[in-house]
Design a protein around this ligand. Structure first.
Ligand code: 3HC
Length: 293
């Protein structure tokens, strides 16, 4: 188990999946990205190309380097194309049934010693591994948003994960220039469990009219030295994603710290999902960037 990892498959090319493809390709690995439809595949290609273009325009990458990275990436709608992968990272939407469908099919596609990983932000890796015949090769690799920038990767082992698999994935993450931490399989793992208690407290303060959105963000950015305040961060992550993660963690912790926020729920239902929808706690629709709404 756990041969050297040279070819990686990534299933789901949304913001996180496409970012993960970029990380692996920049690290010199061959990457096969899989999407369910041509339309989503094109969206994934678009995310990748824009990110590469930004790196070129910032002088971080030259044209030849950009092409070299893109040449390592194939995007397909056929899961069967994952056959040569030594590691597959699933980054499909956070719906357990969807993850089960993916993991159920992978056994029949990849080699017996390939590693199967999920980038879930909060669902149980043990539960995701249920349909596979080889749960000992299933592991979590949780990247943070934006994946090409954020250093941390949580490597989540279950009670069944083979130690050699954990070691191989931790070493791979280190080789990519990221910082792995190895954690057990509990809701929210480590970083999101703690982070979402904090984000939820911020929501409660705004909901109760204790502080304005901008002042709250300024307090944490300037006072606690964080790169962005909690509301700006939720807009970046996506309010629907935050809502889902909060729900999963609360389902396990039952801690008042994680209790669902009705304001967040209202925003999600009204389609205010943060940056990706143009509006969240702030508006991203105007030419000047961001406004309070
Ligand atoms: N994709 C790729 N690269 C990006 C990017 C993106 N979406 N956004 C920014 N970058 C790159 C820029 O190109 C730039 O690269 P360079 O230094 O090589 O030129 C670098 O990041 C800095 O970007 P900017 O100068 O434009 O902006 P900032 O300095 O304000 O940094 C930020 C932006 C990196 C997003 C920073 O504000 C930050 O670190 N914010 C906190 C993010 C965070 O906490 N993420 C974790 C969220 S929780 C999570 O992901 C868990 C999950 O389960 C939900």
């Amino acid at each position: 188990m756990a041969k050297q990892i040279r070819t990686v498959g990534v299933i789901g090319l949304g913001t996180m999946g496409a970012g993960i493809v970029e990380v692996f390709a920049r690290g010199g690995l061959t990457v096969i990205g899989v999407e369910s439809t041509e339309e989503f595949a094109d969206r994934g290609r678009g995310i990748l190309t824009r990110s590469m273009d930004r790196a070129v325009s910032r002088g971080k990458l030259d044209e030849a380097g950009r092409q070299e990275i893109l040449d390592r990436i194939t995007v397909t709608t056929e899961m069967g194309d994952l056959a040569p992968a030594d590691l597959v990272v699933e980054a499909v939407p956070e719906v357990l049934e969807l993850k089960h469908e993916v993991f159920g099919r992978l056994d029949g596609i990849v080699a017996e010693d390939a590693v199967l990983a999920s980038n879930t932000s909060s669902l149980s890796i043990t539960a995701i591994a249920a349909p596979t015949k080889h749960p000992e090769r299933v592991i979590g690799v949780h990247f943070f948003n934006p994946a090409p920038v954020m250093q941390l990767v949580e490597v989540i082992h279950t009670l069944r994960t083979d130690q050699a698999v954990t070691d191989a994935v931790r070493d791979l993450v280190t080789g990519l220039g990221k910082r792995p931490v190895v954690v057990g399989d509990r809701a929210g793992f480590v970083a999101n469990y703690l982070l979402f208690g904090y984000l939820n407290s911020a929501l409660t303060m705004v909901e109760h009219g204790h502080v304005s959105r901008e002042d709250l963000d300024t307090a944490m950015r300037v006072g606690a030295g964080l790169p962005m305040g909690p509301l700006t961060l939720m807009d970046l992550v996506g309010l629907d994603v935050c809502h889902h993660i909060g729900d999963v963690i609360y389902g396990h912790s039952r801690s008042p710290l994680h209790a669902p926020s009705s304001m967040l729920e209202r925003m999600v239902v009204s389609g205010r999902l943060g940056r990706k929808s143009g509006r969240g706690f702030y508006s991203y629709e105007g030419p000047g960037g961001r406004d309070v709404v």
